[in-house]
Ligand binder design. Structure first.
Ligand code: FAD
Ligand code: AMP
Length: 473
């Protein structure tokens, strides 16, 4: 126990590894510990995002969309391909290679930044001017001391009693990303971000997918116009989404899963080959001794203030284990902020400017307030919308579904929300985020030159439409 670190980061997901890199950049003597074991029993960094979340899901979304294009869209371009088949083993290998490359990239970044990479399960022994944390790996325990702690222990899949996960037939995100054969009939519980993305992957590859969602409204968190339009498009793609359907039982019958759900007081049942449970994620603090060390907790989350500080001045918590959206980029931003706070800087996060993205096809992305939120808050606004159907580039791409919708304050024209349904929405939303972060008005966007022909022109047209002067509609 010779070294006293300036900063010990517990967890190396996007929150933890970014916090560690930023702290090291600022000259702080930093260590980061993780206990994640991959399928080869090797401890790896990168957390949920790199190992079983954002990265592998986007790899499979891309592969499955390529298949969808080859089978359904190429012919319209005059590109005729026969006998298109899927080699799932190759697809999964590609996904694994991407994950392994990025995960080993974290090792490289830790080395480059002279971060001490520790392996094992961390338990907070004591919090004081010098904090003590024990780290246990393969039966051996060592104690590490640090002046500041950053807790970034993330989250795990939530489960519901009627559908216990066995990761064989009833699976969480990890199992759903690793199927080695195509389930003929696939059930998905939960039409949230993860349920829709994973449902899309397997639907495109040929599974008959039914998504069961307890809430009466589809995508209640998104802007209503966008959610309605997306619902119609997903239905056209063959993704059966049943809202108001609460799953009450899921029985693994050996080869299949027998599922029961209630809708409008009636019981329905169906048998699936696989069932994905995607009912959200729960903050993870098992084995950390957060409670015992004196940290305040709320519904499993570690309680923090706006700056991610716990009730101890030198202990911070970030990412999925604290309040706010469970998103990788939110975790990353909190990681940087906390490292800078420890280094004596005065960073801030504008939580209203954190974008949301659902990587279905078309993609759904938004930032700021929805129309229903503005109405509920009694805020006066003007709105403009522009359909991709009227955008030249979208026509060329054959990606005419969806729209850009902009909401701006009625008094000073400040942009309050941007909502996009369409191809490339995940990248297009960055302009909305920047505009809001800079306090831009819709007129600022309307007066900004956008290259032609691009999908981004639809963004400008939506801004023009706020003032009822869109050019192409
Ligand atoms: P995590 O990434 O969960 O990392 C926490 C780390 O802490 C883990 O490695 C864990 O092993 C380690 N740990 C925990 N306890 C201890 C301990 N006691 N000792 C040592 N180590 C410990 N978000 C997006 O923004 N975009 C997406 O496209 C997206 N797609 C997703 C797709 C799926 C299928 C899933 C499941 C999630 C997705 N997310 C996405 C969410 C995103 O993965 C999380 O928001 C993000 O990983 C949270 O980062 P984190 O650093 O807080 O925690
Ligand atoms: P998210 O938190 O965005 O990942 O979404 C999870 C979704 O799962 C939410 O929309 C929940 O309403 C839904 N959900 C939770 N429990 C059930 C259940 N028993 N049956 C159907 N849907 C559920």
């Amino acid at each position: 126990m010779s070294n006293i670190y300036d900063v010990l980061v517990i967890g190396s997901g996007p929150g933890g590894y970014v916090a560690a890199i930023r702290a090291a950049q600022l000259g702080l003597n930093t260590a980061c510990v993780d206990k994640w074991k991959n399928s080869k029993d090797k401890t790896v960094y990168g957390g949920t995002c790199l190992n079983v979340g954002c990265i592998p899901s986007k790899a499979l979304l891309e592969s499955s969309y390529n298949y969808e294009r080859a089978t359904h869209h190429f012919a319209a371009h005059g590109v005729l391909v026969d006998n298109v088949t899927v080699d799932l083993a190759v697809m999964q290998k590609r996904k694994e290679k991407i994950v392994n490359t990025l995960v080993s990239g974290i090792d490289g970044l830790f080395k480059k930044n002279k971060i001490t990479a520790l392996k094992g399960s961390a338990t907070i022994a004591s919090i004081g001017d010098i904090c003590e944390v024990t780290i246990t790996e393969n039966g051996t325990t060592e104690t590490v001391q640090a002046k500041n702690l950053i807790i970034a222990t993330g989250s795990v899949p939530r489960s519901i009693p009627p559908a216990p996960i066995d990761n064989k037939n009833i699976v969480d995100n990890e199992g759903a990303l690793a199927f080695d054969s195509l389930p003929k009939k696939l059930g998905v519980i939960g039409a949230g971000v993860i349920g829709l993305e994973l449902g899309s992957v397997w639907n495109r590859l040929g599974s008959d997918v039914r998504v069961l969602e307890a809430l009466p409204d589809f995508l209640a968190a998104a802007d209503t116009d966008i959610a309605k339009e997306a619902g119609k498009l997903f239905k056209k793609q063959g993704l059966a989404i049943e809202t108001g359907a609460t799953v009450t039982q899921a029985k693994n019958t050996g080869k299949q899963v027998a599922v029961k759900w209630e809708k409008n007081g009636e019981t329905h049942s169906e048998t699936f080959d696989k069932l994905i449970v995607a009912v959200g994620r729960a903050p993870y603090t098992d084995g950390l001794n957060a409670d015992g060390a004196g940290l305040a907790m709320e519904r499993g989350f570690i309680t923090v203030d706006e700056q991610c500080r716990t009730r101890f001045a030198n202990v911070f918590a970030i990412g999925d284990v604290v309040r706010g959206p469970m998103l990788a980029h939110k975790a990353e931003d909190e990681g940087s902020m906390v490292a800078e706070l420890i280094a004596g800087q005065k960073p801030e996060i504008e939580y209203d400017c954190i974008p949301w993205v659902i990587y279905t096809h078309p993609e759904i992305a938004w930032v700021g307030k929805t129309e229903q939120e503005l109405n509920a808050a009694g805020i006066d606004y003007r709105k403009g919308a522009f359909p991709f159907l009227a955008n030249g580039r979208a026509r060329g791409l054959g990606e005419t579904d969806g729209m850009v919708k902009m909401l701006a304050a009625a008094d000073d024209d400040r942009i309050l929300g941007v909502h996009i349904l369409g191809a490339g929405a995940s990248d297009l939303i960055a302009e909305g985020v920047l505009a809001m972060e800079m306090g831009a008005a819709s007129e600022d966007i309307a007066r900004t030159c956008h290259a032609h022909p691009t999908l981004a022109e639809a963004f400008r047209e939506a801004a023009l439409a706020v003032d009822k002067r869109a050019i192409h509609i």
